[in-house]
Structures are given as C-alpha cells and as structure tokens.
Design a protein around this ligand. Sequence first.
Ligand code: GTR
Length: 336
Amino acid sequence: MKLDTDRLSRRNALLAMAAFGLVGCGRAAGPRRLFSSDHHPADYPTVQAVNYMGGLLAERSEGRLDLKVYPGGQLGSERDTLEITVMGGLDINRVNAAPLNSLAPMTVVPCLPFLFRDERHMRMALDGAPGRQVLDSLEPHGLIGLCYYDSGSRSFYNTKRAIRTPDDMAGMKIRVQNSDLYVSMINALGADATPMYLGEVYQSLVQGVIDGAENNWPSYESGRHFEVARHYSLTRHVMAPEILVMSRRRWEQLAAADQELVRQCAAESVGHMRRLWDERVDRSRAIVTSAGVEINEVDDIRAFSDLMKPVWRRFATLPEQRTLIEEIQSMTERLA
Ligand code: GTR
C-alpha cells in the first residue's frame, strides 16, 4: 500500500501550508522557523528531544533557524502528517518506523518481529551502517532521515487475559499501526488485526471495538490504555524505532551549511533522548505496576517467533533487505 499522494496529500498539504503561512515563503530572508509534528504529549521524550534539537539549532544558527513542535497529534495522525511532510507542507516529523513501511521498503527491516536480540543490539545496529542505510533510503521518497529515537520494545496488552502462548490470542481483536507488516504479524499469531490511529485506541478499548493493542511501556502508560487493558504480557516482539524525518522539499530550500546544522543538531539530540527515554520507561513501568495491572513474562518466546517466519518471507523480499537483515543479525557476535 502506497501513501496516496494524489488523494489526501494535496488537500492536507495545502491546508497545512496555509495554516503555517508557508505558502510561497520560499527563500525569504530573516529567521526561518521549522515546524514539526508529534503524536505524543509535550512531556514525552520524543517531543522533548525535538525541542532540545530546536534549542541547539537556534543557538548555533545565531537565530537564523528555530523549530516549533506541535505535540499531541494536533496536526493529525502519523500517516496524514507524513503525507503532508512529503508534499512539503510540514518541515519535520517524528514518527514511528511502521507508518513508513508502505513508502520506503527498507524501513520494513527494523520493524521485523524478533529481529533485534535486545536493546543493545538495536542501538548498535541503528547507530551503525545499517541504520544509516535505512535513513538514506527515504530520500527518493521525499524525506530526509535525520536520526532515530528509542522506542524500546513493544508488548501486547488486552482487556481479556494474560497472553502466555499464541493460543491465548486466538480471535482477539488487536489494534495495530498502519503497516501491512503489523497486520500480517497479528494475523499469523491467530488474532484479528485492526489498523487504527493511536488516538482512537483508548475509546475503542472502552467500547470493546478492540480487545487489545501492543506498545512500549511509555505509550501504554501515557495513552492511559492500562486503565482499561489490564493485562500486559511481555512478548517484546518488535523494537521498531522512532524516526525523525525532514521534508526533502523543505530541506532543499536550506543552504548547505544549514542542512549540515540540522543534521548535527538532530544527531546530538539522540543522546539526550536516550537519557529521557530510560527514565521514562522506569517511570511508566512504576505507574502501571502500582495501578495493579497484571504483568506477565512470556516463557516460550519461540512459540511466537516461529510463527513469524512466513511474515519475514512475505515482507523481506528485496535482496537489499535480506542483506541488511544478515548484517544486523551478524552484529550480535560483537555483543558480549
Ligand atoms: C508509539 C510511537 C508512536 C506511534 C505509536 C502507535 O510507541 O511512539 O509514534 O507509532 O506507538 O502505536 O501508533
């Protein structure tokens, strides 16, 4: 499935451009404000990290550039705002890798279930050549990949029961992000996948439209999903990272030195984000635990990962995807 750049984009892009007064602003002299979107609330590590990057940018450009983040999904879903970004209606966007899957096939790789052994492996791969290759693969699709932010690992939560084996998921309606890979992963586990925007998950859990979803500790906590879905089962099935992208159209309007500055400030925000992220994971886990959620480890992870083989085969079809997967897998040798 491709982003439908003819249907939604023109309208969305024009709306966004009008809203930000960007139409026709071209290369006008004076301070240049970059606009950025994030689904998460203002205190979430991704939003804080982009704010931090904005601070660096303003300081180092001596006021020529600054950055404003619109948090809380004010500008729309990740999918819609991505379309706007590709069209040049928005400068910067912080999204998860999953909604990029239909646009740029290399982004499928870090989203593959059970690819990374643990967080160290994930960070090593994303900080190294494999991560760079995925970011660079966005350019022909209208986006400049600036950096990754952590998103930890995703696990299942639901309103019904603890999940210990795939059989426990039989027939459950599980919300997923907008990615065919995710749909296929859930269906392979015997559940029913329902793609849905994150902002609709809480209500859908309350109304029983879905039985569960999957996410990391901070999103499970910050969206208050734990209040309704009281079983959190630590499958840690996916470690799809967050990605900070810039619109290529907007990027091309920057002088080369400013492009370099944007890259540098984004790269420097990563360490800051990781500190915030690690703290936030601990805090979210504590909030959820003290709210009395039933949390369970899953002893037989193989029972889940074995079912992912056909999913990998279906979504990693390109030779360059396969080479990248091998490269990432071989990195475990360097982990103690
Ligand atoms: C979160 C991620 C968001 C969004 C969300 C989702 O972990 O930070 O960007 O992708 O998951 O499930 O929609």
